[in-house]
Design a protein around this ligand. Structure first.
Ligand code: PSV
Ligand code: MN
Length: 390
């Protein structure tokens, strides 16, 4: 079954923007091997040029998230100008307190006030970068935790986290926001200081209105009902952003919608139900992915298209009929309405939508035909390919 997009669906799709992460364009891998790819960017400027290709063929990715220190440059005005020349802007600034020896026992929660100071100062530097780039969001993901029961004072770490976050939050200005990401395990194995949405919610609620939760779809135990968390955070007015990706086993950072498109559909339906696609939505949609073996730019194009496709399917749910079936206790009727939308092929309608917006009907093919890959392979000779930590 193929279909037409309703005027409301078209309006929502018009606004849909999915931020892409700069690190997706650099090399990445597992603890076993990081494979290089010809044409990989050598610096943040080249990463942004690659990200701009995704927006060019999809119209879906106008912002690029950066990561400090991986995207450290001398002049952020110049980086922002470069982004603008390429038709994109710098988005979320991600902090990093997980790659420095000092952070072995944590950053913002560390027992040692000197290390805590260093971790807080790093975040203040990130806010300086946001001031220069015009970014709205500071995203904090902490590797803090412990490996053995008894190793750490769990309560003290939570208290210190609150103090550290308060100082960072106080430095935000204008419409800047702090989003706190949770992750149930890794790199710490026994306990993690922000393991779940409840902890993130408790911490950001203690800060204020401009502190919100970031939900990374890959950061839950298998079987977790993620759409329920989405519903609850929207209901509480505390869902600030998504890091989209797919997982099979751990924090795999695979292409969103690749492992379980139906889960993505269910999540996006709750976003719709909770007002997350409204004009003044507080929800930022971002990818947090790595492309270890597939080509990176097409990997990102596929990802934003997957989000668009499942958003369009969620918009097809006949919500009035669904509500009537729910009230009537019509279990299978309600489920059928949900499944009918999920099983509808929206790809031809989205191709038409793209063409009506001056975009290629088939963005993957358009990128392949653009010659960009051959150009970067030929041009990017020498230097060091960007990777974790570069
Ligand atoms: C580590 O798990 C991680 O993937 C987090 O999800 C962050 O969002 C990302 O790295 C960037 O720091
Ligand atoms: Mn993430």
């Amino acid at each position: 079954m193929s279909t037409q997009l309703t005027p409301h669906a078209q309006e929502v799709l018009e606004r849909l923007a999915i931020e892409v992460p700069s690190w997706a364009y650099g090399n990445s891998g597992t603890r076993f091997k990081v494979f290089g790819t010809p044409g990989t960017p050598r610096d943040p400027f080249e990463k942004i040029s690659d990200a701009a290709q995704v927006h060019k063929v999809t119209g879906l990715a106008p912002e690029v998230a950066i990561h400090i220190p991986w995207d450290l440059v001398d002049d952020y005005d110049a980086l922002a100008d470069h982004a603008a020349e390429q038709g994109v802007a710098i988005g979320t600034v991600n902090s990093n307190t997980f790659q420095d020896d000092d952070y072995k026992f944590g950053g913002l929660t560390n027992e040692d006030p000197t290390i805590r100071r260093k971790a807080i100062d790093h975040h203040l530097t990130c806010i300086d970068v946001m001031d220069a780039t015009g970014s709205r969001d500071l995203k904090i993901w902490l590797a803090d935790g412990s490996n053995y029961p008894g190793q750490a004072d769990l309560r003290g770490r939570q208290d210190r986290l609150h103090e550290s976050l308060s100082e960072i939050y106080a430095r935000l200005s204008g419409d800047q926001r702090l989003v706190l990401e949770y992750k149930f395990f890794e790199p710490a194995f026994y306990h993690t200081d922000v393991p779940d949405w409840g902890t993130s919610y408790a911490q950001v609620s203690a800060l204020g209105e401009r502190a919100l939760v970031c939900l990374d779809t890959g950061h839950h135990a298998p079987g977790t009902n993620i759409e329920f968390i989405v519903m609850q955070l929207l209901r509480l007015g505390k869902l600030g952003s998504f890091d989209f990706n797919s997982r099979f086993y751990a924090d795999d950072d695979l292409i969103v919608g690749a492992a379980d498109p139906y889960q993505l559909f269910r999540i996006l339906f709750e976003v719709l139900r909770g007002g997350g696609f409204d004009i003044d939505t507080p929800v930022a949609f971002m990818l947090d992915q790595c492309h270890n073996i597939e080509d990176k730019i097409p990997g990102q194009i596929r990802s934003v298209l997957n989000v668009q496709e499942m958003t369009a399917r969620a918009l097809l749910v006949d919500r009035d009929a669904l509500r009537a079936a729910q009230i009537a206790g019509d279990v299978l009727g309600a489920n059928a309405i949900f499944m009918d939308a999920f099983h509808t092929d929206v790809r031809p309608a989205l191709a038409d939508w793209r063409e009506s917006h001056g975009l290629p009907a088939d963005p993957m093919a358009a990128y392949e035909a653009s010659g960009y890959r051959a150009r970067i392979i030929a041009d990017r000779i020498g230097g060091t390919q960007a990777s974790w930590g570069a």
